[in-house]
Design a binder for this molecule. Structure first.
Ligand SMILES: [Zn+2]
Length: 229
């Protein structure tokens, strides 16, 4: 991350807590990947690569532990009118955590993360993480939605998928029962009224998607192109 010539640690690409619910009794988990040439197989202890020096890992770890506890609070949150409201949250820590996810995916070599190609935004993400400055909500902005009913969705960690949203590059993955959606666009500011960027409001407002298991599996089939062929 900092590009300094220090030794890199065998870091998690997605944090360990994303996989909490995916481990079976034997401590292995099955991840969903989009490369049809590689058979899905159980991985152990999440996916790791040599990504971060110990200083950078510590800095990201701070965002990670905050976000882990924030998500637990959201899990326990009571839905009102289809939303979970959380009255205050630390935008800097949560945004940097989200940026670290897409950045880690973009630099990872594992095919599971291959779709995350951030182009010039890769360097912007790196600078954000290095400076600790999350920028405005629309810059490398993200939105979060809870997958409400599907029990399967609670245990799946998907790799990022790339798609177009209003002609702009967007990425999306499912982890820990939430859909994480990123708008990666130089003109993202134009969409501040239309895209529910986290940080645009001081309270956290997370919509609940009423997806059943079969809805969720339908989505998986569409998102994973080899699936339905
Ligand atoms: Zn570093």
């Amino acid at each position: 991350l900092c590009l300094s010539p220090k030794s890199l640690r065998h870091s998690h690409i997605f944090p360990e807590f994303f996989y909490d619910r995916t481990y079976g009794d034997d401590g292995r988990f099955v991840a969903i990947r989009r490369d049809p040439t590689i058979k899905p197989r159980p991985f152990q202890k999440g996916l790791r690569e040599y990504l971060l020096c110990s200083d950078c890992e510590t800095a990201i770890g701070r965002c990670e532990s905050y976000s882990s506890s924030l998500l637990r609070k959201l899990d326990a949150g009571v839905a009102e009118n289809g939303y979970i409201l959380h009255s205050s949250f630390d935008y800097t820590l949560f945004k940097l955590f989200a940026v670290s996810l897409i950045w880690r995916a973009s630099v990872a070599r594992n095919g599971f993360f291959a779709a995350a190609r951030l182009g010039p935004f890769k360097e912007r993400a790196r600078m954000m993480l290095l400076s600790g400055d999350p920028g405005p909500p629309h810059q490398l902005g993200f939105a979060l939605a809870r997958v409400g009913q599907s029990a399967i969705a609670q245990t799946v960690v998907s790799g990022p998928f790339s798609f177009k949203w209003r002609g702009q590059r967007a990425y999306h993955f499912v982890a820990r029962g939430y859909r994480w959606v990123y708008l990666v666009s130089g003109i993202a500011e134009q969409f501040t009224a239309h895209f529910p960027f986290i940080g645009a409001t001081t309270e956290l407002r997370v919509p609940i998607l009423n997806e059943s298991d079969s809805d969720f599996l339908d989505w998986m089939k569409k998102a994973l192109p080899w699936h339905g062929r």
